[in-house]
Design a protein around this ligand. Sequence first.
Ligand code: MF3
Ligand code: CO
Length: 253
Amino acid sequence: MIITKSAREINLMKEAGRVVGLVFKRLEETIKPGMSTLDIDVIVESTMLENDCIPAEKGYYGYPASACVSVNDTLIHGIPSNKIIIREGDIVSVDIVATYKGYSADACRTYKVGTLTERANRIVDVTKEAFFEALKVVKPGAHIGDISEIVQKYVESHGYNVVREYTGHGIGAHMHEDPSIPNYGKAGTGPVLTPGMALCIEPMVLEGRKDVRVLGDGWTVKSKDGKLTAHYENTVIVTEDGYEIITMYEGEE
Ligand code: MF3
Ligand code: CO
């Protein structure tokens, strides 16, 4: 069941989204070679708490941290650790969820650390572009499958693959709500968008084969072939005539 949000609920989600943006702004200025992925988690958690938000990932199905920090061949759900050190040339995705007065906003950025290889640079750009391509069709009357098809076609046309086991989702009083938003599919299929829906659109992209494996920690999802991966996500509200992104900071490109 898809739960559309009232104006009051959307305002609470916007405050959560503002804080998510604030975290990204801070991270953009701070991520440097030599930092551990746990250092990133500390920044995420303290920024949220200082801004009256709860880091919703902590404790979610037992998840042990406030952020998912996924480096290079880790696609999603990388558990922050003081043993994972970020190096020059890495691509580091930081996926976070803030909850304000019971309402959540969820987003992810893949950061480029220092000078990248052309390979690494390109997958990060294509992943972000896939999100913005799909966004163009978001308005009342569109189908979820329209988003899915655009993401898949855009990603595959650049020689990459989308993951099948994990999808985007609705969000609100719960981190994961209906509808599921796969990164693959057919236009004209799936639920129809209406004003007040809150959607997490999140291309998760593999440089090589689409297959992934989950590590023994039960969370970390890596590409099976060890090739690069990238992830980009925003929480988007469907409006009367289009959409509004609520998890970008002012001036973010
Ligand atoms: N933020 C992720 C998403 O995009 C979910 C993280 S799972 C958690 O849906 F356990 F870390 F919370
Ligand atoms: Co999400």
